[in-house]
Design a protein around this ligand. Structure first.
Ligand SMILES: [Zn+2]
Length: 484
């Protein structure tokens, strides 16, 4: 922490830092006396499409969880207003607690419609947040994305799951054209597009390469979930001739410094060497990884290789708060289990760096997540007289382990104040919350019906999951094997 000084914002960027700056005419003076000014937190990985489903599901492994996550009942197809409201719920929760930027790997059920893309982007625009928005759409059928299922399912269900349910690649590329033409680099660069394949095993190599081309041409981050679960590692053994999904992506020539490799839990040393050589960022989502029983990421092995790391919530039914302070606390605590040598355990400062400048690197926004001169003025003011900091013993540790967002007094994005004392200045929060509460209460019956329709698949997905658990692997990232 620097000694007390002033900071001047001009044109949405940090312009000057020093003692006793003289106010210029028309400048607003924000008294930060005895408070901490720091970069806003960056939610480096997020799916806003389920913001209205927080707390809905018990803890389940990812592959079973995903059956419930995006039901394709027509009655659940969102209206543009519903998409707007659910996105805004996330914006309110993030901005109130000092998260100023998000990478939204948004999925659209059954497919991205222009008016739904517009509704999501409009919510970010109206809220005042900084956002990267991608279209996280699988292209292949369930049978192609998962191991064992083809052998396990009875004929009727096998046939049902052999048909891709989303849009074909050509339609998805048209949706990207709409997203980029309409929204990329709007609101003075606060709203930008990104590219997503969801995961390498969920798309054809051809579409994967076309997305990479789109990412190159527009300099967009490229989101790809990789090796989140044990089953995904087994997928590589069974369906990719023993190659991991990281190795498979490398072999396709698609690992790059634009790529955000999401989760990267079930990685071995050669995988990490490939990631380090590519310059890709890893997006770490420790609350989601625990909630879904996915496993423990190799924090120190990744840091040792200087692979950039950002932190994320993942989503509001897999965390289920949208609170980056909670994510930081878990990241700082969880990895004490990964290394016997306590000198290799996470330090509060490196966790804070991941939640700020690590996010800026992943987003491909130079300076974002820092307070360097010329950096975007995405800043938060923390009340150091609030309980988490009384008495003040060690600021980084108290930020990571004590604070949960309740001490954020002001949130600024691109030089504009978007919250004061925990209230958004950009939208009518009370009206949004009342409307969202009523709208989504009206959807409960349809969501319960969707849950029922999943039941016929459960015994077979369980069988697939149990088989993956028995499969011998060169890596282990859960602790239950100790009891096997
Ligand atoms: Zn995710």
């Amino acid at each position: 922490m620097s000694p007390a000084c002033d900071l001047r914002v001009k044109g949405g960027k940090v312009a000057q830092i020093g003692p006793d700056l003289t106010p210029e005419p028309d400048e607003e003076i924000i008294e930060g006396h005895v408070n901490l000014l720091m970069p806003g937190l960056i939610n480096g990985h997020f799916h806003s499409a389920v913001n209205h489903m927080k707390g809905r599901l018990p803890s389940l492994p990812l592959e079973v969880f995903m059956l419930y996550e995006c039901p394709e009942l027509e009655v659940l197809r969102p209206t543009p207003r519903e998409a707007y409201l659910r996105t805004m719920l996330g914006c309110i929760e993030m901005l109130r607690s000092g998260t100023t930027s998000v990478q939204d790997d948004c999925f659209f059920v059954p497919a991205p419609e222009p008016e739904i893309i517009d509704a999501v982007a409009q919510a970010y625009t109206d809220s005042g947040m900084r956002a990267r928005l991608a279209l996280d759409q699988p292209e292949l059928s369930e049978l192609e994305k998962l191991p064992f299922l083809r052998d396990i399912l009875p004929d009727d269900l096998r046939h049902e799951l052999s048909v891709p349910t989303g849009a074909p690649a050509s339609a998805l590329l048209e949706s990207y054209a709409h997203l980029i033409d309409t929204w990329h680099d709007t609101s003075d660069g606060r709203i930008k597009a990104a590219v997503s394949c969801s995961a390498p095993q969920r798309v054809s190599p051809d579409y994967f390469a076309q997305l990479d081309d789109l990412s190159i041409r527009n300099d967009l981050p490229f989101y790809a979930h990789m090796l989140e679960t044990r089953l995904q590692r087994v997928f590589g053994e069974v369906c990719l001739s023993g190659r991991s999904l990281v190795r498979y992506t490398h072999d396709l020539g698609l690992l790059s410094d634009r790529m955000n490799v999401i989760h990267a839990i079930w990685v071995d040393d050669p995988d990490l060497d490939l990631l380090a050589a590519s310059g890709a960022s890893v997006a770490h989502n420790p609350n989601s990884n625990l909630r879904l029983g996915s496993g423990v990421m190799r924090w120190r092995a990744i840091q040792d290789r200087k692979i950039p790391v950002c932190l994320g919530v993942d989503e509001a039914i897999a965390d289920d708060a949208i609170n980056m302070w909670s994510v930081m606390k878990t990241a700082a605590s969880l990895h004490t289990l990964s290394d016997w040598d306590y000198e290799r355990w996470p330090q509060a400062v490196e966790v804070l760096n991941a939640a700020t400048q690590g996010g800026g690197t992943a987003m491909r926004e130079p300076g974002l997540g820092t307070m360097a001169i010329g950096a975007p003025a995405d800043l938060i003011l923390i009340d150091l007289k609030a309980l988490p900091f009384v008495p003040l013993n060690n600021l980084p540790r108290q930020l990571v382990h004590c604070e949960l967002g309740q001490s954020v007094r002001l949130t600024m994005v691109a030089g504009r104040v978007v919250t004061r004392n925990g209230r958004l200045q950009t939208v009518d929060e009370d009206a949004i919350l009342a409307e969202a509460s009523a709208v989504f209460a009206g959807k409960q019956n349809a969501m319960n019906l969707a849950d029922k329709r999943v039941e016929k698949f459960l015994p077979y997905y369980r069988e697939m999951y149990l088989r993956a658990g028995q499969y011998d692997l060169p890596v282990e990232r859960r602790i239950d094997h100790l009891a096997r």
